[in-house]
Design a protein. Structure first.
Length: 311
């Protein structure tokens, strides 16, 4: 049946399709299966040139018997608090499916959902094998994926050689901040692209919109830019207007009585948040000096032309 294991008849159809020169996608379409199911089936059983339905059926049965014999006899962990184990299992499945739809691979999603719904927030590999009814290798691979995202950590079980996997209560916060940092990097990359392509060109304008979007997203996720940071940005802009000449961070720091790091941060904020500087815009010269100018997009072409004729 579609969605279940391949039947003997399905395997015959696969063999016929291969003999007729059909691709995996077409065979899968005719059987109502995912293409990946057909490609794995053929790869496990000799490849396109050696696939035989009878051999594949017997080989699959042998693998199933070996897996059943090797399955651990460990019972799933007690869900505690008098909860209905099947209801909890259904919720874990639903939770994992939701995460899978957002892009998390299915097995890591199942492992993470199991940990989140465990009172202790910890499970051993044996616990997960019994709970999810999968192989130790599948659990290990899923945990490795989650570790790289800093969603799960390992710790040694006291007085033993086993490890257990742990989620911390601040896991979601750390993940959120990591996403904010990634968005900030996208904004910085877009800003560099604007300098390369030119802000006045269509491609440069497109990248500038991208920069503004990811800057806003990063700030929102990280808690937003503070009023103090915006005040520093405005002070630096005022200093440049007053100077009426290009200045580098060193001269600005000396004039304002600030550290160079504070000046650099204020310049960065002014560049990343043009709405704060409006109607001015910050410009960086090739010699790492800064000036300010009016934002010409505030004016129509007719207004700019009329102002250019004004004595």
């Amino acid at each position: 049946m579609p969605g279940g294991r391949l039947t003997h008849e399905d395997r015959r159809q696969v063999a016929h399709g291969l003999a007729d020169g059909l691709g995996y996608a077409e065979i899968a379409r005719r059987l109502g299966r995912p293409t990946s199911t057909i490609s794995r089936e053929v790869a496990r059983n000799g490849g396109p040139g050696r696939y035989r339905a009878e051999h594949a059926q017997h080989a699959t049965a042998r693998r199933a018997r070996r897996a059943a014999a090797a399955a651990p006899a460990t019972d799933p962990p007690d869900v505690g608090h008098g909860r209905d184990a099947e209801v909890v299992r259904d919720f874990v499945t639903q939770f994992a499916e939701l995460m899978a739809h957002t892009g998390v691979p299915r097995m890591p999603a199942r492992v993470l959902a199991s940990l989140v719904t465990t009172d202790s927030g910890t499970l051993t590999a044996a616990d997960l094998v019994a709970l999810l009814r999968v192989s130790p290798a599948s659990v290990s691979k899923a945990v490795g994926y989650l570790e790289r995202l800093e969603l799960v950590r390992r710790e040694r079980v006291p007085a033993g050689r086993r490890e257990r996997y742990v989620i911390d209560d601040d896991m979601w916060l750390r993940t959120w901040l990591a996403s904010a940092r990634a968005h900030a990097m996208m904004a910085d990359t877009a800003e560099a692209g604007v300098e390369v392509l030119g802000a006045a060109t269509p491609a440069g304008a497109r990248l500038d919109h991208m920069r503004r979007f990811f800057t806003s997203l990063s700030d929102d996720m990280a808690g937003g830019s503070t009023a103090a940071a915006f005040a520093d940005a405005l002070t630096v802009l005022a200093a440049l207007v007053h100077a009426g000449a290009p200045l580098d961070t060193g001269r600005l720091a000396t004039a304002l009585g600030w550290s160079q790091d504070r000046v650099a941060t204020a310049l960065h904020d002014a560049g990343q948040h043009p709405d704060v500087a409006d109607p001015l815009t910050l410009r960086r010269g090739p010699d790492d000096t800064y000036t300010v100018a009016a934002r010409t997009e505030r004016l129509t072409p007719e207004q700019r032309a009329a102002l250019a004729r004004t004595p």
